[in-house]
Ligand binder design. Structure first.
Ligand code: CMC
Length: 439
């Protein structure tokens, strides 16, 4: 087979042949298509990047039609069943699962960074009691940049790894302290020798009325949920991480931008929105009316649909499975029955079937999180903690990729042609009149 594509430009009747590599043509090849020497050349117009690959990546593979998700070639279900979060985090960052020695080194490197400066605690105390935990996380992540100026040496491999260990160690602390702050509780120092999820729960629940939630089964469930959320290739937040990272901003600033991207209800904020939606629906009798509203375009069925999956999101399947283990400890969260009925009705309705809208990762996660004692405001933070690992792996891949440059999309300008300033504005700068109008 000839791995090329031939394009005929009907404006000039010229023919162009471009190589096809892994199902893509180089967008820059299109620029060779010109009507004359003065012409800038053809561009593709792709709002929201629906059909544009911005990088080559070895981290995550998704087949959206078949519902497949793999990290570094391993199926997500196998990883979630047999590995711990730190092991999978190592895999995502380093490309291979760790040997026991590598795992011990990795854990030590992260544990060394499990602590935050007193000034950061003070910084966090400046937030109002009702500040959204994602706002606190975004800001504190950016603030870390000021504490670690050496992280700006983004091209230095040792510095890259130091920032990675540092961020993986500190994100759960910031997340837990954000929660404690909102409850008016004192901060609990990390216990680095505990498991990663276990330590997070310790920092959240210790010396609080929710002590009983420090349960090994719940810690393992959270560990699995963390694994499922580590990476998902070029989504909105990862694209933010890469885009900001491409300017050689340090990884803490880039991760702050990525965290901000995750906060939106169309992305990581959807888990919180699902719970709100279920509360509004209230009971099964109200589902048909709600579905009618969705079909009429009044609202979305939150937790449904995905840019890439046109099949059941494999993460949603596993989250549903994990729910049973959690409910054995916490008791059944009644919202799951409502959610399952809503899913059943939606998946028999032509509106959702014809658009291939299935439950995504956020549909069931909030229900489990709620059963585990988390408030809806915390759900997206629970997404951000593991996703930081994915962002860092993607950032490191970007920085070390010789083909990458500062991200800078093109635009199609559709504004005014040249216009003269109105006379009232064209009196020259510095005149008394201009100064007066500026006052
Ligand atoms: N409820 C109702 N209709 C929907 C939904 C939904 N949740 N999602 C998509 N549609 C409709 C949409 O209106 C459009 O219909 P039409 O063809 O008649 O205009 C069609 O399905 C295609 O949707 P789209 O908006 O072109 O799809 P997209 O790829 O731009 O958006 C999405 C993907 C995830 C933003 C969207 O499905 C959505 O808003 N879902 C609800 C929010 C959500 O659950 N987000 C979490 C995503 S997964 C985890 C993550 O990224 O963090």
């Amino acid at each position: 087979m000839d791995n090329t594509v031939t394009v005929i430009d009907n404006r000039t009747e010229k023919q162009y042949t471009f190589p096809v590599t892994r199902g893509t043509i180089r967008a820059m090849d299109l620029r060779k298509i010109k009507v004359d020497a003065e012409d800038f050349g053809l561009m593709s117009y792709d709002p929201a990047f629906t059909n544009t690959a911005s990088c080559q990546s070895k981290i995550t593979f998704i087949d959206g039609d078949k519902g497949i998700l793999r990290y570094r070639g391993y199926d997500i279900a196998d990883l979630a069943e047999h590995c711990t979060f730190p092991q999978v985090a190592y895999l995502v960052i380093h490309g291979e699962l760790p040997t026991p020695e590598q795992e011990a080194e990795w854990l030590t490197a992260i544990r060394i960074h499990m602590g935050i400066f007193e000034n950061i605690k003070k910084f966090m105390e400046g937030f109002r009691y009702d500040a959204h935990p994602m706002g606190m996380l975004v800001s504190t992540m950016a603030a870390l940049s000021t504490f670690y100026p050496e992280s700006k040496e983004v091209r230095n491999h040792d510095r890259q790894m130091e920032s990675i260990h540092r961020m993986v160690g500190k994100v759960p602390i910031i997340a837990a302290y954000g929660y404690r702050h909102s409850k008016g509780l004192d901060y609990i120092a990390p216990e680095p020798q505990l498991g990663y999820a276990e330590n997070f729960m310790h920092m959240l629940w210790d010396r609080s009325p929710l002590q009983h939630l420090k349960h090994p089964v719940l810690a393992r469930a959270l560990d699995v949920l963390f694994i499922l959320h580590i990476d998902h290739e070029q989504n909105c937040s990862t694209n933010a991480m890469r885009s900001v990272g491409s300017s050689e901003a340090d990884p803490f600033l880039s991760a702050a931008a990525a965290t901000a991207g995750l906060a939106g209800p169309l992305h990581g904020g959807a888990n919180e929105a699902v719970l709100k939606m279920l509360d509004e629906i209230g009971s099964k009798e109200n589902i048909p009316e709600f579905i009618k509203g969705v079909k009429e375009g009044h609202q979305k069925l939150m937790g449904f649909g995905h840019r890439v999956y046109k099949n059941y999101d494999p993460r949603a399947k596993m989250i549903k499975k994990t729910a049973d283990e959690v409910f054995e400890i916490t008791g059944r969260n009644k919202k799951i029955d409502l959610a399952m009925e809503l899913e059943r009705i939606a998946l028999t309705d032509d509106y959702f079937v014809s658009r291939k809208l299935y439950p995504n990762v956020d549909y069931y996660s909030g229900i489990i999180y709620e059963a585990m004692g988390f408030e809806p405001k915390m759900f997206t933070v629970l997404f951000a903690i593991p996703r930081a690992v994915g962002w860092l792996a993607q950032w490191q891949e970007l920085i070390n990729d010789p083909e990458q440059k500062i991200a800078r999309p093109r635009q199609v300008y559709v504004g005014h042609e040249y216009r003269k300033l109105p006379d009232s504005y064209a009196r020259g700068t510095g005149s008394e009149e201009r100064l007066a109008s500026a006052r």
